[in-house]
Design a protein around this ligand. Structure first.
Ligand SMILES: *[C@@H]1O[C@H](CO)[C@@H](O)[C@H](O)[C@H]1NC(C)=O
Ligand SMILES: *[C@@H]1O[C@H](CO)[C@@H](O)[C@H](O)[C@H]1NC(C)=O
Ligand SMILES: *[C@@H]1O[C@H](CO)[C@@H](O)[C@H](O)[C@H]1NC(C)=O
Ligand SMILES: *[C@@H]1O[C@H](CO)[C@@H](O)[C@H](O)[C@H]1NC(C)=O
Ligand SMILES: *[C@@H]1O[C@H](CO)[C@@H](O)[C@H](O)[C@H]1NC(C)=O
Length: 408
């Protein structure tokens, strides 16, 4: 039924487009089937490439799965298959629950108090890893399975044949940020996996990418078994693909673990041809978090920082060994074992009466020679007295919130 009606509506939409070529395009947040197909027909798609040498890798790929406890993922044969080819990170702890704040954190260096999965848009004046990469001419892209077209900003898009969940905005880290969504050239680099396979074939994959499988493939609506099989089918062939493996480091991880009363630690693996053979099948027990995914990229390409939680996050040791970023140990009370990261601190997106102002980035950050992006400094320097980020490794959670240095 849905299949038929979707097609009927789609052909009506294209007939209308032909009859009235000046009809304004639907908003990129529209999710009505006719609007989506109309926008899909004309969406701008870009695949810029670059070749900026990194100290350890020349390409970085994150693949994110959903809601699985550490031991459950570790026991899955397909996740085991990839673990044997790389470094298992045994202490990567997420930012909070549920999904969306973790995705938001992974590109912007904070989750701004978010404690849910609603339609949120981070203000234009918050920078992300995209600003840092573009500053050094490093190409980037996102590939979201079943996103209907490049730059789509809608809340969700379901499978048109059976109505099942497919693409969700909450799992698309870059589109949550207005600094990406409202810039057409950037939105055009937030693509689907159809475009991934096209870019792969054309040898036009970017140097930084973030991949989100659909709600079936990522385990959200299914199980770790389905997620593992998807990963085996997707990543398995890429291990020998010269258009993918170009001194590439892949991170396989999960947004959060499933049991809220336990510490929010997730199974994660680093692999690829940028990981030396002697590290295959090893385990790294150092403390990392989703902000390490930004700090590691910063260290590798000597980028500026965002001046947020990225500054203090440990750089993955196999990279830090060559960039001079040494691992730091958690040193404050409560100790790491007693930090659950299972609730959010106050912020602009918090829905439980825990409002706090938009945090001001640290304009004077310093980490192994890296400093805050000049454009961030220019925008925020006059408010440095309100900054609460101090390059600390020990990031806050709901039970141990950041200290806001003024009353509001
Ligand atoms: C993926 O995005 C491209 C570019 O916008 C679009 O043409 C294509 O139809 C999309 N694929 C799917 C399966 O939605
Ligand atoms: C999700 O992706 C898989 C392939 O990766 C596909 O078979 C499936 O139809 C997609 N959508 C749903 C709702 O399962
Ligand atoms: C977080 O974990 C602690 C320790 O297990 C538990 O007491 C608390 O209820 C959890 N918080 C939430 C919001 O689940
Ligand atoms: C969530 O992570 C913790 C590690 O901090 C782990 O011990 C636990 O097993 C995970 N959850 C479950 C239910 O396994
Ligand atoms: C950042 O944007 C927010 C929301 O639009 C605004 O309230 C705030 O004043 C801006 N701050 C700076 C320093 O640009």
């Amino acid at each position: 039924m849905r299949f038929t009606s979707a097609f009927a509506v789609a052909s009506v939409a294209s007939a209308v487009a032909l009859a009235a070529p000046n009809k304004r395009a639907a908003s990129p947040t529209a999710t009505d089937v006719a609007d989506v197909y109309a926008a899909q027909a004309t969406a701008l798609t870009l695949s810029p490439t670059s070749n900026v040498k990194g100290k350890v890798f020349d390409r970085y790929v994150s693949i994110w799965f959903e809601n699985t406890d550490f031991e459950t993922a570790q026991a899955d044969p397909n996740f085991q298959f990839f673990a044997k080819k790389g470094i298992t990170l045994s202490s990567l702890v997420c930012a909070t629950h549920p999904s969306e704040p973790n995705y938001m954190a992974a590109v912007g260096g904070d989750y701004f108090g978010l404690d849910g999965d609603a339609f949120n848009a981070v203000p234009q004046n918050v920078s992300t890893v995209v600003d840092l990469l573009e500053d050094k001419g490093i190409s980037w892209g996102l590939y979201q399975e079943d996103q209907p077209y490049s730059g789509f900003q809608g809340f969700a898009w379901v499978n048109q044949q059976n109505g099942a969940n497919d693409y969700v905005r909450k799992h698309n880290p870059a589109i949550l940020y207005n600094s990406v969504a409202n810039t057409p050239q950037r939105a055009a680099q937030v693509k689907n996996t159809t475009m991934f396979f096209k870019d792969l074939k054309d040898n036009k994959l970017p140097q930084w990418m973030f991949i989100t499988p659909n709600m079936t493939s990522d385990g959200h609506d299914t199980s770790v078994t389905v997620a593992g099989e998807w990963l085996r089918n997707f990543l398995g062939p890429l291990l020998d693909d010269k258009n993918f493996m170009q001194n590439t480091m892949v991170l396989i991880t999960f947004d959060e673990n499933e049991t809220y009363s336990l510490q929010n630690r997730v199974f994660s693996v680093l692999l690829g041809d940028a990981v030396p053979a002697e590290l295959e099948g090893t385990t790294d027990d150092n403390y990392y978090n989703h902000y390490s995914e930004i700090s590691t990229v910063e260290a590798n390409w000597d980028l500026y920082t965002l001046g947020r939680w990225d500054v203090g996050a440990n750089v993955f040791a196999n990279v830090g060994k060559y960039t001079g970023d040494r691992i730091r140990k958690w040193s404050t009370t409560p100790d790491l074992a007693h930090r659950y990261f299972n609730s959010s601190y106050a912020g602009i997106f918090n829905t439980h009466n825990k409002w706090a102002p938009q945090p001001v980035p640290d304009c004077h950050s310093r980490r192994n020679g890296r400093t805050t992006l000049p454009a961030i400094k220019a925008q925020w320097e006059s408010q440095q007295d309100k900054n609460y980020y101090h390059g600390q490794l020990e990031v806050p959670d709901g039970n141990n919130p950041p200290v806001i240095p003024y009353t509001f």
